[in-house]
Ligand binder design. Structure first.
Ligand code: HEC
Length: 89
């Protein structure tokens, strides 16, 4: 799962997210699974538009980054794989 998640990251997420602590367009992913609950991360990956409308933390992220994260069209399985990759960071 980690390998598949990394492959998805390389294609769909890397342009905006580093695996370190630094922000690119969106926040860096180092330690993200310690800062955020897994279900919150899954919602950000699968349902970003609803999150940006309703979730205060997602809205705060938008204020800080000044860019709306576009929906990346991941399947639920792909989301789970990326989450496992994130746990390694
Ligand atoms: C065009 C740039 C862009 C791409 C591509 C992108 N994101 Fe994002 N992402 C953002 C921005 C900007 C934010 C912060 C916005 C927010 O929190 O509302 C963000 C926030 C997030 C967060 C919350 C992080 C945190 O610490 O709060 C997660 C999780 C996330 N993205 C996952 C993904 C995944 C998984 C992919 C690839 C499948 C992806 N993103 C692709 C721009 C992008």
């Amino acid at each position: 799962m980690v390998e598949k998640g990394k492959a998805t990251y390389d294609v769909k997420c890397q342009a905006c997210h580093s695996t370190g602590p630094n922000r690119v367009v969106g926040p860096g992913w180092k330690g993200v699974t310690e800062r955020r609950k897994p279900e919150w991360i899954m919602n950000m990956m699968l349902n970003i538009d609803v999150m940006l409308e309703t979730d205060p933390e997602a809205q705060k992220g938008l204020e800080e980054c000044l860019v709306r994260m576009p929906n990346q069209g991941l399947s639920k399985d792909q989301g789970r794989e990326v989450l496992e990759f994130m746990r390694t960071l």
